[in-house]
Design a protein around this ligand. Structure first.
Ligand SMILES: [Zn+2]
Length: 263
């Protein structure tokens, strides 16, 4: 009898109490999971935050290959491990012509400025807060047609440049940009070299969103934002050939496909 009970408990801990994942394991995905809050979660051997509501999240970078191994460890060191193969994607090639040459091949002085700005952006994206705003989902930040997709290899004025790791919405200058989720402003800066007027919102556990090329910024750093709140206006500041919103999503430094979280 005792043996049967142990067998039952083992069965239960391995199968009935396994964590849940929401989403397909594909390049660019943001996966939200659920597990009992007293456990610990590891993604490819890296411990990630599990909220007091039992929510966790992780992302798959645009060029990440191989497997994702998720381990859930309880207080008795019992491990439930699941391995998922990352589905690869085919990305497009996007040619953009008519950019000012200094936006394609910046001079040494500009490269120094770009480096500093990229560090500010990166530091904001590496924040690991306890907010759980990401778990309520994301709405479209602007009314506009998608004019640039995620992952495209870019040829700017005929020169190969880094891939486009967000999406572009074409919209008239001055169009309202609405926060797609509750968030906390970790960066609000005008005049960045490439991204122009720029905002970064933290949605918790390393999930952040970036808004670029803004004509106007209507929020301040360290401000708490509600979903649907107008945070700025569409513009064409920085490296842009016309008014549009560049919208990016990150899990720490992993670049997430915004189209996958807006679905
Ligand atoms: Zn863009």
């Amino acid at each position: 009898m005792r043996f049967l009970i142990i067998l039952f408990l083992l069965f239960q801990s391995n199968f009935l109490n396994a964590f849940e994942l929401n989403g397909e394991i594909i390049q660019g995905a943001l996966i939200v999971g659920k597990e009992q809050a007293d456990k610990s979660i590891y993604v490819n051997n890296q411990k990630i935050k599990l909220s007091k509501n039992g929510i966790f999240v992780f992302g798959i970078n645009y060029n990440q290959v191989g497997n994702v191994v998720i381990e859930s460890v309880d207080k008795n060191n019992q491990i439930i491990s699941k391995t998922y193969k990352i589905k690869k994607r085919q990305y497009k090639i996007q040619k953009v012509d008519g950019l000012h040459e200094k936006m394609v091949t910046p001079d040494q002085e500009s490269l120094e400025i770009i480096k500093k700005e990229n560090n500010l952006i990166k530091n904001a994206q590496l924040i690991n807060s306890d907010f759980e705003f990401f778990s309520s989902g994301f709405s479209k930040p602007v009314d506009g047609v998608i004019s640039g997709v995620y992952g495209s290899q870019r040829i700017l004025n005929g020169k190969a440049r880094s891939p486009h790791l967000g999406i572009d919405f074409a919209a008239p200058k001055g169009t309202d940009i609405k926060s797609p989720a509750d968030g906390y402003v970790t960066l609000a800066e005008n005049g960045f070299y490439f991204t122009g007027g720029s905002i970064i919102l933290d949605h918790g556990h390393g999930v952040s969103t970036i808004y670029a090329h803004l004509d106007e910024i209507l929020v301040k750093k360290d401000e708490l934002i509600k979903k649907g709140q107008v945070i700025g206006k569409v513009g064409s500041t920085g490296r842009a050939t016309g008014p549009h919103l560049h919208f990016g999503v990150n899990w720490f430094d992993a670049k997430i496909d915004p189209e996958l979280i807006l679905k």
